[in-house]
Write a protein that binds this ligand. Structure first.
Ligand code: FMN
Length: 340
């Protein structure tokens, strides 16, 4: 047994360091949400104190339609990060996606950094694995890893651009849609397909028609660019700026996936930074939102720091519903958004 297979633990640690110290957000591409306005209603008939953000997602009741985005796991610091995120999710009644559990499959001792159920007994907990690594032979070990952490569902991340930027990344995606289809239909956990910040759009959504997945997290462009992160990790600089800026903006990705897959649950993420961003994507048809990198620094600090960031975000979302006359999320979706 290798203690750090393929240097994965070291790479995870580099990801964290680069995400904390370099400019890893898209520099020119935005989420596109600035092109939409939430219609303000000066004669709202709502009471802010009674606005209800509760929502059902992947079979769980969330107090607010917010998920902590997949971040990390495996390295020692990841254990702290995961537990602080999970404790905050428990306090707020929201969901949490774990980072890639691939390291658990190669190195059993890495699994402790994913153990969060003792601090988050009631949280909707979503496990994680890469599509590039997913094959039928790993399914038994993957199921064990999901059972071990007490996951409710599995997120499969598809990241061809990130892998292409990564030193010795997995660059063969041939056959991955059919493997996803087989595994989603048989693994016994609801499966959500996600990107990592370059966006699931119309072409990818078309591949998912008739695929037995429960949800899509569009993880669009406009927030963290993983093609930037990987270039900093590999070269210490951006050598391919056009690739670092490549992706489908979150607002577009959401609309394209909603159009092609009208009945699939959708998470909007990628550059969701404010309660207003969240209100807009929920009004546009998302079932929940996810936030990743802004929670990394608070997660290294304490559960309270994570709660502080997210409570402010949720408070802003509440005011957005109130100000557009929506007492709950169904009413918000009926309001929709105005294109500028
Ligand atoms: C430190 C860090 C580690 C991440 N690790 C994973 C991962 O293991 N699996 C995954 O699916 N996404 C991973 N992501 C991607 C996020 O889940 C998310 O899709 C992306 O960062 C865009 O969201 P953001 O703009 O809110 O950061 C990671 C993000 C960060 C910041």
């Amino acid at each position: 047994m290798t203690l750090d297979p393929g240097g994965m633990e070291t790479r995870k640690r580099r990801h964290i360091d680069v995400c904390l110290s370099e400019a890893v957000d898209y520099q020119t591409v935005t989420t596109g949400l600035e092109r939409y306005r939430l219609p303000y209603n000066a004669l709202t008939q709502t009471n802010l104190g009674s606005v209800d953000l509760a929502n059902d997602f992947l079979g769980a009741r969330l107090r607010a339609p917010v998920l902590i985005g997949s971040m990390t796991g495996g390295a020692e610091l990841s254990g702290t990060i995961n537990r602080n995120l999970a404790a905050a999710a428990q306090q707020l009644g929201i969901g949490m996606m774990l980072g890639s559990q691939r390291i658990m499959l190669d190195n059993g001792s890495a699994s402790t950094s994913f153990n969060v159920r003792d601090v988050a007994p009631d949280v909707l907990l979503i496990g994680n694995i890469g599509l590039a690594q997913l094959d039928e032979f790993m399914v038994p070990d993957l199921v064990k890893a999901l059972d071990h952490v007490g996951a409710n569902a599995l997120a499969v991340h598809t990241n061809p651009l990130q892998e292409a930027m990564q030193h010795e990344g997995d660059t063969d995606f041939s056959g991955s849609v059919s493997r996803l289809r087989d595994i989603a239909g048989s693994i016994g956990y609801p499966v959500m397909l996600k990107e990592v910040g370059h966006g699931i759009g119309a072409a990818a959504a078309a591949e998912l028609v008739d695929c037995p997945i429960a949800a899509v997290d569009v993880a669009g462009a406009g927030g963290t660019s993983w093609a930037r992160v990987e270039q900093y990790v590999r070269y210490g600089e951006i050598r391919y700026p056009a690739l670092a800026e490549w992706g489908i903006p979150t607002a577009e990705a959401l609309q394209e996936v909603r159009h092609t897959l009208p009945d699939v649950s959708i998470v909007a993420s990628g550059g969701i930074r404010t309660g207003m961003d969240a209100a807009k994507v929920l009004a546009m048809g998302a079932d929940a939102v996810a936030v990743a990198r802004p929670l990394l620094a608070p997660a290294i600090e304490s559960p309270a720091a994570v709660v502080d960031w997210l409570q402010r975000f949720i408070d802003e979302l509440l005011v957005c519903l109130h100000g557009c006359g929506a007492a709950n999320l169904a009413a918000l979706r009926r309001r929709g958004v105005t294109e500028l």
